[in-house]
Design a protein around this ligand. Structure first.
Ligand code: SAM
Length: 230
């Protein structure tokens, strides 16, 4: 990827955004499903009040697709059971059939066409700076707050610490939890940026700097809780 970004990340995605595909999808899928299942187990508010998600820097809809598949499998567990082969490979949870459809709000400045072609609905044309400027619309939840923002293979592209701070800080005011998915442990979020690193195994907070990534087939997932909704 580094060679692709030689002329700059923005230039690369301006040119190739309409045809973007994530080559790690085979690993991103089980990792994200496992993270969603653990979140579901621990987050009572989501189970009681509905699930509102942001797919940030959504590309061609990789995370949106995984969330929709996890939701669909979860709703089938009670009625049909899920084929044992699927169950062995993927982490799913029973989702009551009357649970409202998961709200997914997706945003990306360059891949709107690819997202719409793949997922069938549009995404918002918002970049990280727009998020920092508070342009993410409120969720459809009663309080307007999102339960989870997932940023997959993208947040490390924001290399300027002051811009990363501004985006993270704004997200922490609108989203209760953050899941960063990626090929490594970057970026590192500082404590004063609004997010507490979380241990996915114990579901307890961690001290800054403690390694807390959950890895499946070399794709890393890291949870953070917003300091604003403790
Ligand atoms: C490697 S792709 C990841 C896409 C998708 N989330 C995935 O998991 O495959 C990086 C994404 O970041 C987006 N991106 C690049 N610059 C951005 C910026 N300044 N603000 C927001 N998104 C940006 C690109 O358009 C691209 O969709």
């Amino acid at each position: 990827m580094r060679a692709n970004y030689a002329q700059g990340v923005d230039v690369y995605y301006q040119k190739s955004g309409s045809t973007y595909r994530n080559l790690h999808f085979h690993a991103l899928r089980p990792l994200t499903m496992d993270c969603l299942s653990r979140f579901w187990d621990h987050d009572e508010k989501t189970r009681n009040c509905g699930f509102h998600i942001v797919d940030l820097a959504c590309g061609s809809g990789e995370i949106t697709q995984v969330v929709r598949e996890w939701e669909s499998l979860g709703k089938k567990v009670l009625s049909e059971g899920v084929a044992s082969r699927t169950k062995r490979k993927l982490s799913v949870r029973e989702i009551p059939s009357n649970f409202p459809p998961i709200q997914i709000v997706a945003a990306d400045p360059y891949t709107g066409e690819a997202y719409k072609n793949n997922v069938g609905v549009p995404c918002f044309n918002l970049n990280f700076q727009d998020i920092a400027d508070g342009k993410l619309p409120p969720s459809e939840g009663e309080d307007g707050i999102y339960d989870l923002v997932i940023c997959s293979f993208a947040l490390h592209l924001l290399t300027d610490p002051s811009k990363l701070f501004a985006t993270c800080y704004a997200l922490a005011a609108q989203c209760r939890w953050l899941l960063i998915v990626g090929p490594h442990k970057q970026p590192v979020l500082k404590p004063e940026w609004g997010w507490i690193p979380w241990n996915i195994e114990t579901w307890l907070p961690l001290d800054y700097g403690v390694n807390h990534d959950h890895v499946i087939e070399r794709v890393h997932g890291r949870f953070f809780q917003s300091i604003n909704f403790l």
